[in-house]
Ligand binder design. Structure first.
Ligand SMILES: CCCCC/C=C\C/C=C\C/C=C\C/C=C\CCCC(=O)SCCNC(=O)CCNC(=O)[C@H](O)C(C)(C)COP(=O)(O)OP(=O)(O)OC[C@H]1O[C@@H](n2cnc3c(N)ncnc32)[C@H](O)[C@@H]1OP(=O)(O)O
Length: 222
């Protein structure tokens, strides 16, 4: 029992009766500029800036991952870490756009889960104050970015390396900053090198449809 509790805590799941906010992160994670080059931080883990809604949803999908239906996708601050396992370097300036800030909670705060059987990639997203477009609401370009990243990750997990060729977005209701939304994407079909995906963004409680989108990815050579 103790061992399984420890495992849940390590994986970022709050136990019943425990506060939702996660355990404090090691200081090497909270001062990213100076974290050890040997440590590749996984940004998709809960941190102290996550709201209760985000933590609750994360816990729910983590429970889904116990049955094998969902797989939590790690997230690093450069795709080279995904592709080649290249460790961070103090001299390397390039960063993944969605993970380029040194402060948690102010930009793209998110975690993705993959359902292989359903070809779905789901992203739990909490837009921070530095993503403002209209006063108090998320910038449309940031919404496009997180849609591209989520549908793109789904295409990558099914088909390997891809690039976005087309992205079509219908913005239906603005997303307030700090509100948690679910980006639910799916690979609809694959035709040769073309990977067609669809996507909806809904509020965390499913009450509001914020955005609908479709994206075409082209598979790259080896
Ligand atoms: C990238 C790998 C990342 C790996 C990450 C690993 C793990 C994932 C974990 C976390 C997720 C992290 C990141 C998420 C991943 C990605 C999201 C970000 C993705 C981007 O941010 S990416 C930047 C923006 N993106 C570009 O910068 C593309 C510029 N572009 C090109 O580089 C070329 O344009 C290309 C390669 C697209 C195609 O070029 P090409 O020469 O290989 O192929 P070609 O042109 O022959 O087209 C072949 C067939 O597709 C049809 N076709 C082409 N384009 C079309 C269009 N627009 N509409 C309708 N059909 C189209 C043709 O009509 C033909 O069809 P057909 O065969 O039937 O004739």
């Amino acid at each position: 029992m103790l061992r399984s509790c420890a495992r849940l805590i390590r994986r970022g799941i709050a136990l019943p009766g425990q506060p939702q906010s996660p355990r404090p992160l090691p200081c090497c994670y909270t001062t990213p500029r100076f974290y050890s080059p040997e440590v590749i931080r996984d940004y998709a883990m809960p941190n102290a800036t996550w709201s209760k809604n985000l933590q609750d949803l994360y816990n729910r999908y983590m429970e889904g991952s116990q049955s094998g239906a969902w797989e939590r996708i790690p997230s690093y601050n450069a795709t080279v870490h995904h592709i080649k396992g290249v460790p961070p370097s103090r001299t390397r300036e390039n960063r993944l756009f969605t993970r380029n800030l040194d402060q948690d909670g102010v930009g793209f705060e998110y975690s993705m889960f993959y359902n292989k059987a359903e070809r779905r990639m789901v992203c739990l997203f909490q837009p921070g104050p530095y993503l403002e477009g209209p006063p108090g609401f998320t910038h449309g370009g940031c919404i496009a970015t997180i849609i591209d990243s989520t549908t793109g990750a789904g295409a990558v997990y099914l088909c390997g390396s891809v690039m976005t060729a087309n992205l079509t977005i219908n913005y239906k209701n603005p997303i307030p900053l700090g509100h948690v939304v679910i980006i639910d994407s799916k690979v609809e079909r694959v035709e040769g090198r073309k990977v067609y995906t669809s996507c909806q963004i809904r509020s965390h409680d499913d009450a509001v449809l914020h955005t609908e989108a479709s994206a075409l990815f082209i598979k790259l050579g080896p």
